[in-house]
Ligand binder design. Structure first.
Ligand SMILES: Cc1ncc(COP(=O)(O)O)c(C=O)c1O
Length: 381
């Protein structure tokens, strides 16, 4: 086992001269009449890449979900269906709206929302569903859309983790009525912080755009004229420059993630009873983060594995906890046995470990991570 030269980070970007050049250009020239030069270019190229008609850059993806719910006219007491295993940011904007998140189960193979569990949770109060493209994978969107359309439920596709993924050849984020992306520093393409909302619906886009900047209306003859109480969810041109440079390298970045997946699975594929990220034939998974669900035979938890990795100079992350299990959200599941309601979430989450996934991960580092992991598992059987 060769000890790596650095502490292995759990996440982080790939920065080249291309990013440095565009950000420098933005800082130097992106002011006055050129204050939106990179933002406008980002919008154009993001629309070309995703195929979405309208693109709205925002300060982060959480605010994009919030704007989507506002534009859909969500009211207090409405129910919004969301998978129980995802990052909390998929659900907290529902709370901002005084609406109620309804946490449903995930599919055992793709780890995204289970269509059956979604359908079972629909009531007359259901006003939206937020399928999440978890860890760069895609849910069974044909089935989700069919159920949503049958019940007239708008779909907000949370593609925060899945820019570059594809479903039947279509880009992740473009399969719902509204799609949202994140460019935070851990993401495949990043800007430090940032987000984007896409839609083909002009009315929804217009509403989101207005609310993004204090409810000001563009078509008004008066400046600083607000027709709504909105938010300050504006992004900056400097961040757009960084995201633009990353977007231009997107296929290279996807290839790096897919390579890392193969480094891990080539080394761990023969280890008994581990389940890795899946990829259905009609999907391109970006493998934003490679995860392994350890079989029960190993008698260990994800927290113990994280500690063992830490002792060896490796930073890793837990597979997301069920949101319904966290103190902040138990208010929404009072009196319910969520482990029974969402058995897959509660079964696999405690046994799921997210391997280091920085874009700068090397094959030697992946090798070391796998050696430490295999050595640890041997003593846990
Ligand atoms: C599934 C999911 N949804 C939403 C978000 C929120 O993104 P942001 O950090 O840009 O607000 C994240 C980010 O971590 C995420 O992973």
């Amino acid at each position: 086992m060769t000890t790596p030269k650095r502490r292995i980070p759990s996440a982080g970007p790939s920065i080249t001269e291309a990013e440095i050049r565009l950000v420098t250009e933005a800082v130097r020239y992106g002011w006055y009449e050129k204050r939106n030069m990179h933002m406008d270019q980002f919008i154009k190229e993001f629309s070309e890449y995703t195929g979405a008609k309208y693109v709205l850059p925002v300060v982060n993806c959480t605010s994009a979900i919030h704007l989507a719910l506002l534009a859909l006219g969500i009211k207090p007491g409405n129910e919004i269906i969301v998978p129980d295993v995802t990052w909390a940011a998929s659900a907290c904007p529902i709370h901002y709206m005084n609406a109620t998140p309804i946490f449903v189960d995930i599919d055992r193979q793709n780890w995204c929302i289970s269509p059956e569990s979604f359908e079972k949770a629909i009531t007359t109060r259901t006003k939206a569903v937020i399928p999440v493209d978890l860890y760069g994978n895609m849910p069974d969107m044909d089935h989700i859309r069919e159920i949503a359309d049958d019940h007239d439920i708008p779909v907000i596709e949370d593609a925060a983790e899945a820019l570059g993924a594809k479903y039947n050849g279509r880009q992740a984020g473009t399969l719902g009525d509204i799609g949202v992306y994140s460019f935070n520093a851990t993401k495949l393409a990043m800007a430090g912080q940032g987000g984007a909302l896409v839609t083909d619906n002009h009315d929804l886009f217009d509403k989101c755009k207005q609310l993004r900047h204090h409810g000001m209306v563009e078509y008004s003859k008066k400046m600083f004229w607000c027709e709504d109480i909105g938010y300050n969810y504006q992004w900056t041109n400097i961040q757009a420059a960084l995201a633009l440079a990353q977007l231009r390298r997107i296929e290279e970045l996807v290839a790096m993630k897919r390579q890392a997946f193969h480094w891990y699975t080539d080394r761990l594929g023969a280890v008994e009873d581990l389940q890795f990220n899946s990829e259905a034939p009609n999907v391109r998974n970006t493998y934003w983060i490679v995860n392994a669900i350890m079989g029960k035979r190993y008698h260990t938890t994800k927290e113990q594995v994280i500690e063992e990795f830490q002792r060896n100079g490796i930073d890793s992350r837990p597979f997301f906890y069920p949101i319904s299990s966290m103190p902040a959200y138990t208010r929404y599941v009072k009196g319910k046995n969520m482990a029974k309601a969402n058995p897959v979430c509660y079964d696999i989450s405690p046994r799921g470990i997210s391997f280091p996934a920085a874009a700068t991960l090397t094959e030697e580092e992946a090798d070391f991570v796998c050696d430490v992991f295999v050595h640890y598992l041997k003593h846990k059987k």
